[in-house]
Design a binder for this molecule. Structure first.
Ligand code: RM4
Ligand code: MN
Ligand code: MN
Length: 430
């Protein structure tokens, strides 16, 4: 058994940085005070923020061309949780973990739950997988799952989702995210209206099995794996299905699942308005579902999304309780470093969104002052809140410089020695 990243190591590294940090924090505090902002309030927002980790994100992800596994890849859900613990020890905002079934099937739910709890983690959400054929599966998902033309395949996919719900309940998970790979590769292959009807009919059966404390998230995606059309292709379709199903069916926005140039923050606002925003899969992308680290390409877009979220939070919009999760595929980085970086970027966007002068912005909107409205947003976005983020982490027992501590810890080397490479590695997103 390896030694998880030791608290003493974090403390030693922090000790070398804390004097400078305090000075930066005090300076920023004085600057913000001149703008009528209390830095401690912002630090509280940073401390309270949470985003769940994807269990599949701690292993190297591939493209459809190849997968280049890194050293010390976790091979089981238990090893994945060990890596998640490291991310959380460094950032202190990621105690929740999202599981993917069947990838994370463990046999004994109570044991898994206890294993997570012993590491300061909990199982936050479940993801069903009907987009691949696991070994031994009776019927193939090659031509779809919940919307398949064959009722027997649909039944199998429904049962898999119901199994995920039962497992999630035993693990204490609060949501099930359903993403399907169903769609058509060629015009004419799929009847658009009938496929959606079949999907809805299947999902109604899943919804009927939803445990009382659980929410069902519908995740749409513009394209892939089907190249011509997907059944749940956009937020409108997702919203329609969620509304058909009932109050605990909500829409999940994965940032990589939209057409280029789509205004994602406006979609977020629409779903908030319609009381159907369930949650997020955060990542970033340049061309499609690239699953890059959050804020690596479009940090301003991420800020604008958080601007909508904070606005709804402050206005106490009804039924507003979004779940935050990362969904990334790390193909050239150490997954732990990518997840740490992304978690930090989300806290940053959240804190920056809390900096927006909403009274002044509203006034600009009334007066149609476009220049000042943008300046108000830019002032918040360009404020360097790094000392707030580092102070929040430090106070919570995390690292002032998480990547530096991680690299100095030797964790990757340790797990490389303990976890011999898995010969079964394959091409694919995870
Ligand atoms: C999909 C989608 C799902 C994720 C899989 C691995 O594109 O984003 O949320 O579970 O990838
Ligand atoms: Mn996703
Ligand atoms: Mn995706």
């Amino acid at each position: 058994m390896h030694v998880p990243l030791r608290d003493a190591l974090v403390a030693e590294d922090n000790a070398q940085r804390v004097v400078d940090l305090e000075s930066d924090y005090d300076h920023l505090g004085r600057q913000l005070a001149r703008r009528g902002i209390n830095i401690e309030e912002l630090t509280r927002h940073a401390t309270r923020f949470r985003v769940a980790l994807p269990s599949w994100g701690v292993a190297t992800g591939g493209t459809r061309f190849a997968l280049f596994p890194g050293p010390g890849e976790p091979r089981t859900i238990f090893e994945k949780l060990e890596d998640c613990e490291v991310v959380n020890r460094l950032t202190r905002v990621t105690p929740g973990v999202s599981l993917h079934i069947p990838w994370d099937r463990s046999g004994n739910a109570a044991e898994l739950k206890a294993f997570a709890a012993a590491r300061g983690l909990f199982i936050d959400s479940m993801n069903s997988n009907t987009f691949q054929d696991e070994p031994g599966l009776a019927l193939s998902y090659k031509f779809g799952s919940l919307s398949h033309s064959d009722p027997a395949v649909r039944r199998q996919a429904v049962e898999h989702n119901i199994e995920c719900l039962a497992l999630g309940e035993a693990l204490g998970a609060r949501s099930l995210t359903v993403w399907i790979g169903d769609g058509g590769n060629f015009p004419g292959q799929v009847h658009f209206r009938r496929a959606l009807d079949r999907y809805l009919d299947s999902l109604r059966q899943v919804y009927a099995a939803l445990p009382p404390a659980c929410r069902l998230f519908i995740e749409h995606k513009l394209c892939e794996p089907a190249f011509y059309s997907t059944v749940i292709n956009d937020w409108g379709t997702s919203y329609f299905c969620a509304r058909e199903l009932g109050a605990r069916a909500l829409c999940l926005v994965d940032l990589g699942h939209h057409a280029p140039n789509v205004n994602v923050e406006q979609i977020v606002a629409r779903l908030i308005h319609l009381q159907k925003l369930g949650g997020f899969h955060f990542n970033d992308s340049k061309y499609g579902d690239d699953d890059l680290d959050a804020a690596s390409i479009k940090p301003f877009q991420l800020f604008l999304i958080f601007n909508e979220l904070v606005d709804a939070e402050l206005e106490r919009v009804a039924a507003f309780d979004p779940a935050f999760m990362l969904d990334q595929s790390h193909n050239v980085t150490d997954p732990i470093e990518s997840l740490v970086t992304s978690a930090v970027e989300l806290v940053r966007a959240n804190v920056q969104a809390h900096l927006v002068d909403r009274t002044a912005l509203s006034d600009c909107q009334t007066r149609n002052d476009a220049v000042m409205a943008l300046q108000i947003l830019k002032q918040a976005f360009t404020t360097d809140v790094a000392p707030i983020l580092a102070t929040a982490r430090h106070r919570a027992g995390g690292a002032i410089d998480p990547i530096a501590v991680y690299r100095a810890s030797g964790y990757r080397q340790q797990v490389t020695d303990e976890r011999p490479a898995d010969a079964r590695r394959r091409v694919g997103i995870v």
